[in-house]
Design a protein around this ligand. Structure first.
Ligand code: F6P
Length: 324
């Protein structure tokens, strides 16, 4: 291969810029040309390309978001859209593609490889940490730190007013952010989609907390949790049934996707970016780079998209014990 294209796709994640930088520099190191594609697969279909050399990615390692911009492309889900993308890659004499994104992006990429036999390697970047075959995704660690910092602040005001706060965090269908940030921030309860606690048990647990002398409480609620129709509905359910509680809701939202990446995410992005070019040079395709037991590995897109099954149930036990 002589020329590699790189794009970021799906929801952005802190550390995407560091991953692009690593891909670009690994190309330069190996004497390959590199082209950036703007707005993910949408830019591939519209041939929105920019040549990148080692210096074009300076001052980026510390920046959140993605300078190539990201999108969720509907057109790439159609055969016509993918054909246009393939033709644009051929026209530019591009031999391989690196896709930095989440499972939706890898599903599209996997279809593309099957249709055209075009080499594609993926790099997992999403705050949700919901991809199989890698212990961590780029952006997850930064999001955890953002949530912990926010909950620490909420705790100050919760304490001052003896209030119960429900804090909704992102994660789509995965409870990784809620569980880990909840433990880190000392939440009394953590509601995650992987375990249905049930409303009654939540009430019992909150009553016990009150009886044990707690004056304020933080409950971290994953957005994918099914316990309430939504977090505001859950708040009024608690207030109706436990009148001693004054409840407030904070939805952290997209603040969790922004900010300067943590050192862990920068290093992970650098390792996986270099790993992606190594994999392409070894002739690999239709694989995602991952980190397992602190080693860079590659797994097939189909393995990566199996759904994240390695949820650490022991963490739920730890959360239960330490919130007594
Ligand atoms: O996948 C990342 C994520 O932030 C999820 O946690 C969340 O459910 C979703 O994206 C939000 O998507 P959007 O930015 O399109 O509102």
């Amino acid at each position: 291969i002589n020329k590699v294209a790189v794009l970021t796709s799906g929801g952005d994640a802190p550390g995407m810029n560091a991953a692009i930088r690593a891909v670009v520099r690994a190309c330069a190191y190996n004497g390959l040309k590199c082209v950036g594609v703007y707005r993910g697969f949408a830019g591939l279909i519209e041939a929105d390309f920019k040549d990148l050399d080692a210096r074009s990615v300076k001052n980026l390692v510390n920046r959140g978001g993605t300078f190539l911009k990201s999108a969720r492309s509907k057109e790439f889900r159609t055969a016509e859209g993918r054909l246009k993308a393939f033709q644009n890659l051929k026209k530019e004499s591009i031999d391989a593609l690196v896709v930095i994104g989440g499972d939706g992006s890898f599903a599209g990429a996997s279809t593309f490889v099957k249709e055209f036999g075009f080499p594609v390697v993926g790099i997992p970047a999403t705050i949700d940490n919901d991809i199989n075959g890698t212990d961590y995704t780029i952006g997850y660690d930064t999001a955890l730190n953002t949530v912990v910092e926010a909950v620490d602040k909420i705790r100050d005001t919760a304490n001052s007013h003896n209030r119960l706060f429900l804090v909704e965090v992102m994660g789509r269908d995965a409870g990784d952010i809620a569980l880990n940030a909840g433990i880190g921030a000392g939440a009394e309860e953590i509601l995650i989609p992987e375990q249905d606690m049930g409303r009654e048990r939540l009430l019992e647990s909150l009553s016990r907390s009150k009886e044990s002398g707690k004056t304020s409480s933080i409950v971290v609620v994953s957005e994918g949790d099914q316990i309430g129709k939504n977090i505001f509905d859950l708040a009024s359910f608690i207030e109706t049934n436990l009148t001693e509680y004054e409840v407030r809701v904070t939805v952290l939202g997209h603040i969790q996707r922004g900010g300067s990446p943590s050192c862990y995410d920068r290093v992970l992005a650098s390792r996986l970016g270099v790993g992606a070019i190594d994999a392409l040079l070894r002739g690999e395709s239709s694989v995602m780079m991952g980190i397992v037991h602190n080693k860079v590995i590659s797994v097939s897109f189909s393995e990566a998209n199996k759904g994240d099954n390695d949820f650490d149930r022991d963490l739920i036990r730890v959360a239960d014990i330490i919130s007594i």
